[in-house]
Design a protein around this ligand. Structure first.
Ligand SMILES: [Ca+2]
Ligand SMILES: [Ca+2]
Length: 333
């Protein structure tokens, strides 16, 4: 049933654990869908504007100062009208013009301001560097010759900065790392489609995967099907089962089919990456048994998946194969 991203998140939290976190290519390939469905499906990745739009928050996708790696204690901000925008899905760094802050693509070459001193209000000397550099290069330059890229913690400091920059445009030390997972997972794995995320019309803050697993940021209020995942505890579970059937339980075929039937049932419950088999396969069936007992071993397919599982504590509803495309995202140091 298609839902908005927020409703999908709520549904997954009620019925499973959360919207799915795609830790790795392996996990990605476990995401499956009905063969008739080729459209978009929500995953757990989002870039909540409430964490960064006009807010100096503490979420993993909030703004941070280069000098501390955190938001300022004063939470001072001075954005230009309608900023920040995260336009084109690439504006992760902040520049100052006419005293106001604007998020902009970090690769752009601008003059910049370094500071020397302490990351506390009133303990900074600003130095304007006219040479134009990318935000990253400007950061390296400032760290080598000063303390760091300019940090601004109150009105007085912002006024001092504004008078130094004058009519120019200059990088300041504010940046952020967009996107986070609904369940708070931390992974660098991404699989954006080419030219995504693009934050089209600056309203795309939630992520879908397409039929080929490629990711696209879209408007969170759109209605799409979605992938949930369920946390699973423990590694191997052994169950004893009592069987009652009108069928002839002495038939070995029947016994060999049972694990498959149980697996299908677990699939319906949203658990898919499990191996189900008899611990001690009944030899030649259970003679004349109506109500026979045999230990049933349920375990995962292999060691590697076991590790992945431990890391993820998740399970997925379906399997499918798909083409893999990777796009490396620039990481802040
Ligand atoms: Ca902007
Ligand atoms: Ca998009």
């Amino acid at each position: 049933m298609p839902k908005t991203w927020g409703d999908a998140q709520q549904y997954c939290r009620e019925h499973y654990t959360d919207l799915v976190t795609v830790w790795s290519e392996e996990v990605m390939l476990q995401l499956t869908r009905p063969s008739t469905f080729t459209g978009n499906a929500w995953i757990g990745l989002f870039d909540d504007p409430a964490s960064w739009k006009g807010v100096m928050g503490n979420d993993s996708n909030s703004w941070r100062w280069s000098a501390t790696g955190n938001t300022s204690t004063s939470q001072y901000q001075n954005w230009a009208a309608a900023e920040p925008t995260y336009t084109t899905g690439s504006e992760e760094c902040v520049r100052m013009s006419a005293g106001r802050w604007v998020d902009f693509s970090c690769a752009t070459a601008h003059s910049f301001v370094c500071f020397t001193g302490l990351p506390e209000p009133g303990f900074k000397n600003y130095t304007f560097v006219l040479t134009k550099m990318s935000w990253d290069d400007a950061q390296s330059y400032c760290r080598e010759l000063h303390t760091d890229l300019a940090m601004i913690e109150d009105e007085t400091e912002n006024a001092a900065m504004a008078s130094i920059v004058g009519l120019s445009i200059a990088w300041i030390g504010l940046y952020r790392e967009p996107w986070r997972w609904s369940d708070g997972s931390d992974t660098n794995f991404t699989n954006w489609m080419p030219d995504q995320p693009n934050n089209l019309q600056t309203i795309q803050h939630c992520v879908t995967e397409a039929d080929d697993h490629g990711w696209n940021d879209l408007d969170c209020s759109m209605m799409y099907p979605f992938h949930c995942h369920r946390a699973v505890d423990g590694k191997i579970q052994i169950m004893s089962m009592k069987l009652q059937s009108e069928a002839d339980l002495s038939q070995p075929d029947l016994w060999s089919q049972l694990p498959e039937k149980i697996k299908e049932e677990l699939l319906r419950m949203g658990i898919s990456d499990l191996k189900v088999r008899w611990k001690n396969p009944p030899k030649g069936g259970a003679k004349g048994a109506s109500g026979a007992e045999a230990p049933l071993k349920i375990r995962r397919k292999n060691e590697r998946e076991e590790e992945e599982r431990e890391k993820n504590k998740t399970s997925y509803r379906q399997d499918r194969e798909g083409k893999v495309r990777k796009k490396e995202r620039k990481k802040e140091e």
